[in-house]
Design a protein around this ligand. Structure first.
Ligand code: NAP
Length: 464
């Protein structure tokens, strides 16, 4: 039997260190000796939770099955791992040292078969593997001081359009994720609002934020879908701190009612994800006489955010995340055409206009809220396979299906913007895959200060 013992000290709190390390479904994010990992049992991580862990073994890989034998948050977790030729017992203890966490990691490995016979030769190699794993864990649990900054190379690729668009596919996500630090922050005590939480990216974001411990308020227009989402998220994460607010966000009277209910019920609001949007195939009007894409994708997040900003400020630090789209690159600001009334209707154009407007709001609010403790960012999810894309862009979906991202991949940057320490340091940017990107690539599309002000004035008038 081989005993490994390492002690590390990490600059994060006990609860974050414990929760992250105990979840062996995420061990691939920190242990370089692991190729893939997955949680096999539903519900929160707890005693009895099981994980599949694929480890590097010589030139190939080998599968291990881990079970949590003892789960004593936030101080100790004991896991048993069983593989074809390895048996492991990992006893991990956590202690608080002035706000930092000491992790005392002991592993007993018993090798059988040929590996057992060669154990004396593998001695040093096993020690190296153990030390590399601890280095990975320390890195994962060390928050970055700041988010990535601008990069000339990235700006150039954005401007070259085709390479930029290739980055929207799952290949862009898979390439960029290699350099990421895992999200280890916990959101207990934080309240998050997610609009459009019944489908696609919004549904994933609601689940992920609940998994990180936040109280999540799911906003949607369909009560049945909302109930189902809450039921599933509660079962998946064990987080029962989930609330539902039904509202048709294309109707400003409902947006106002919604904001009033939220302000009445929630003394603190920390995260607002403006995610709900539509891309209609034909021009339709809301009961209030507004064009639907404009009302849902731009006027509604404008109004909801304006009404909630005082509470977000009072609850600071807080974050606003506007889900934009690469489609906005094709559009400038046209205040006279906000409702897409002239010429034949083009849903993609209406959508792009609204998303450009949302980017302008992001930059405007970021300036307005500088030094208030509220940061405002926009993001582009890339191209993700969601019900929205399937229904609104069937031809695009047919052609690109094999390269589309999963909803989880598309939603990743929203969750990162909501939770990661470093993402709380920046404001007013457009993000794709946790990197800032140009907000405008074609001349004139960013808009002048005058056009921006006209847009804000018009939204204020229309929302009233
Ligand atoms: N998927 C992509 O590739 C992609 C690319 C770029 C940007 N985006 C952006 O990502 C966000 C999410 O898109 P998605 O692909 O996940 O779309 P999706 O699957 O259609 O989800 C949209 C969500 O918004 C809700 N919603 C729509 N209209 C609403 C209204 N009037 N009132 C209340 N809720 C409403 C929908 O509710 P129902 O469930 O009732 O329909 C649904 O929950 C959008 O902002 C979209 O523009 C997506």
């Amino acid at each position: 039997m081989k005993r490994l013992h390492e002690v590390i000290d990490v600059p994060c709190n006990l609860s974050e260190a414990f929760r992250f390390t105990s979840d062996f479904g995420r061990i691939e994010e920190w242990d370089p000796g692991v190729v893939a990992s997955e949680k096999l049992t539903p519900g929160p991580v707890r005693e009895g939770s099981q994980f599949k862990v694929v480890i590097k073994a010589g030139l190939g890989t080998s599968e291990m099955h881990y079970t949590i034998l003892q789960y004593e948050p936030p101080h100790r977790v004991v896991l048993e791992g069983v593989g074809e030729t390895v048996h492991a017992l990992d006893d991990i203890r956590f202690s608080d040292i002035n706000g930092r966490t000491q992790i005392d990691y002991m592993a007993e490995l018993t090798l059988s078969g040929l590996a057992g016979k060669l154990e004396f030769l593998l001695d040093k190699a096993l020690e190296r593997v153990g030390k590399r794993a601890m280095t990975g864990l320390r890195r994962a649990l060390t928050p970055l001081a700041q988010a990535p900054g601008e990069s000339l190379r990235r700006d150039l690729l954005d401007r070259l359009v085709v390479p930029g668009a290739l980055g929207f596919t799952r290949f862009g996500y898979e390439h960029r994720r290699k350099s990421w630090r895992p999200i280890t922050e916990r959101l207990e005590g934080r309240t998050a609002i997610v609009t459009g939480a019944t489908s696609g990216l919004g549904r994933v974001v609601a689940g992920e934020l609940a998994g990180l411990g936040a109280k999540v308020i799911l906003i949607g227009r369909n009560q049945e879908k909302l109930n189902q989402a809450v039921e599933e998220i509660c079962e998946d994460t064990g987080n029962g701190n989930l609330l539902i607010e039904q509202a048709d966000l294309s109707v400003m009277a409902e947006v106002r009612d919604l904001a009033a209910r939220l302000l009445d019920k929630e003394k603190e609001l920390h995260i607002l994800v403006n995610n709900a949007a539509v891309l209609p195939t034909e021009r339709t009007m809301t009961p209030e006489g507004l064009e639907t894409a404009f009302a849902t994708d731009l006027l509604s997040p404008w109004l909801l955010t304006r009404l909630l900003i005082p509470r977000l400020k009072a609850s600071a630090p807080a974050r606003i995340i506007n889900v934009s789209s690469g489609g906005m690159y094709l559009s400038g600001i046209d205040v006279d055409e906000l409702q897409n009334s002239s010429g034949s209707y083009d849903g993609s154009r209406a959508y792009a206009r609204a998303k450009r407007g949302l980017m302008v709001l992001t930059e405007t609010w970021a300036r307005e809220l500088a030094d208030s403790g509220v940061v405002v960012n926009a993001m582009h999810p890339g191209w993700a396979d969601t019900p929205g894309v399937q229904d609104s862009l069937p031809a695009f979906h047919r052609v690109t299906r094999s390269v589309l991202r999963t909803p989880e991949q598309g939603a990743d940057t929203i969750v990162w913007l909501a939770a990661a320490t470093e993402a709380g340091q920046v404001s007013g940017k457009l993000w794709l895959d946790r990197e800032p990107h140009l907000a405008a690539i074609f001349p004139g599309t960013g808009g002048s200060e005058r056009q921006r002000q006209q847009l804000i004035d018009k939204l204020t008038r229309l929302a009233a």
